[in-house]
Design a protein around this ligand. Structure first.
Ligand SMILES: Cc1cc2nc3c(=O)[nH]c(=O)nc-3n(C[C@H](O)[C@H](O)[C@H](O)COP(=O)(O)OP(=O)(O)OC[C@H]3O[C@@H](n4cnc5c(N)ncnc54)[C@H](O)[C@@H]3O)c2cc1C
Length: 414
């Protein structure tokens, strides 16, 4: 019997090649007109395919069910994935943050190497295919039925991805196939995505990037903070530290079905505590008493941010530094350390890097990626309820789970 892979993304292509290399007859079915569309836009077109951090640190970057992935990541490790691509003729390089990229800096080239390997090694690839249903008996999946009513017999590996960037083909349609086999769906939501804010002043700062700032949200023990780079968009905020915090903020917004915006705070000067920053302000103001306040702040924050900060403080840019008394100075200090924004929504599924939620991992054997509901069914990649932060972790998850699913499916029935 054949191994039928549904979904030709990172996980599906890896599953197909792995099963084929075990000697199985493999058919890869993709509903788009070509394979690997999402993969070819990863890493801003350069494909950050994995990360060389030690395993503990690697796992700490997977907030969504990292324990489930331990076996897969051991069976097909970061080193195994790197060797896999080197063997395909793709030299690799390691960049800042231990992120691994192809030396040619081209995600499209990488996808081309995968497509070439699939066809030359004998995987039957069929694109533009719509799957109507999985064919099954009481306890076993035995094939698929296409919308043309054509039937293909074999064990099935589902690798249909999540719900984000739906134009790439990952439109959530694959969840139905798993659900029809009794699998539960943990509400899929966007993660690693920009955030919309209530404050309309962000529009005036569109494109402004802030480095070495801290963004925080939540209270008490649940307070979370990220340090690094962020930027303003025409509807809110984005950039690395926003993407990282977006996962939990969106979950909170949607879980509580809350219409109350969630407050977040930017610390524009995280390297200076309040006392040190106050001394710095006093020094700057005293150095040029006749100068406009707006001009005196140029050495402290980006120019375009000054009118926004001063308006929140209800101070005029043109006021003389000598007129800034202790109360006004304290207010400036407060806003510099806790610039408030209120998150109303995410920037949209079409902009989210990854999906949190998906098919419940409790119903999947972590050692084989086999369904615990039906024999002859395997699941891999982003369609599962697993997700990670940026840095190459999500693709390693897709490739590792794809490898294990392909390997298991090839040896099913033996
Ligand atoms: C812009 C962007 C940049 C990213 N950059 C990185 C990065 O640099 N590093 C990183 O680690 N991660 C990155 N990611 C995340 C990473 O791309 C995904 O986690 C990964 O592609 C998931 O692989 P997958 O095979 O599970 O799903 P996908 O790559 O989404 O593939 C699923 C495939 O299944 C097909 N399909 C879906 N439904 C059906 C159906 N019903 N029938 C048939 N076929 C179907 C789809 O068309 C698609 O080809 C990025 C994501 C985005 C959106």
């Amino acid at each position: 019997m054949a191994v039928i892979i549904i979904g030709g993304g990172a996980a599906g292509m890896m599953a197909a090649l792995t099963a084929r290399r075990q000697g199985a007859r493999v058919i890869l079915l993709e509903h788009q007109n070509r394979l690997g569309i999402k993969l070819s836009i990863t890493g801003k077109g350069r494909c950050n395919l994995t990360n060389m951090k030690p395993i503990d640190e690697f796992l700490s970057n997977i907030p969504g069910n990292y324990r489930f992935l331990y076996s897969c990541l051991t069976q097909f490790s970061v080193q195994d994935l790197m060797q896999f691509f080197i063997d395909l003729g793709c030299a690799l390089k390691v960049e800042r943050g231990d992120r691994v990229f192809p030396e040619h800096d081209s995600a499209k080239e990488l996808v081309h190497s995968l497509r070439l390997a699939l066809t030359t090694e004998g995987v039957l690839v069929r694109t533009g295919i719509t799957i109507e249903k999985l064919l099954k008996n009481e306890k076993r999946v035995v094939g698929v039925v296409l919308n043309t009513q054509e039937t293909i017999m074999g064990s099935v590996v589902l690798c249909t991805g999540g719900i984000t960037y739906p134009l790439t083909g990952s439109d959530g349609s694959g969840y139905r196939l798993a659900q029809e086999c009794g699998h539960s769906l943990i509400t899929p939501r966007p993660s690693l995505v920009g955030l919309k804010t209530k404050e309309s002043w962000v529009t005036s700062l569109t494109g402004l990037s802030l480095r070495n700032v801290a963004l925080s949200w939540g209270e008490g023990k649940k307070r979370r903070s990220e340090f690094g780079e962020m930027l303003f968009t025409h509807t809110g905020i984005s950039g690395p530290i926003v993407l990282t915090l977006s996962r939990d903020i969106i979950k909170r917004l949607e879980e509580e079905n809350s219409f109350d915006p969630i407050p977040v705070f930017i610390d524009l000067k995280p390297a200076l505590d309040e006392e040190t920053l106050d001394k710095r302000l006093i020094r700057d103001l005293e150095a040029s008493p006749g100068k406009h306040l707006g001009n005196a702040m140029k050495s402290l924050i980006p120019r375009t941010l000054i009118p926004v900060i001063l308006e929140i403080c209800m101070l005029k840019e043109t006021m003389a530094c000598s007129d800034v008394d202790k109360i006004k100075r304290r207010e400036i200090l407060r806003v510099l350390k806790h610039l408030p924004l209120h998150v109303t929504n995410h920037a949209g599924l079409g902009e989210a890097v990854v999906t949190q939620g998906g098919i419940s991992v409790n119903e999947i054997d972590p050692r084989t990626m086999a369904s615990k509901k039906f024999e002859g069914l395997y699941l891999a990649g982003e369609m599962l309820d697993v997700d990670a932060y940026t840095g190459g972790y999500n693709l390693q998850i897709a490739f590792s789970t794809g490898y294990v699913a392909g390997m298991s499916a090839a040896h099913f029935d033996e």
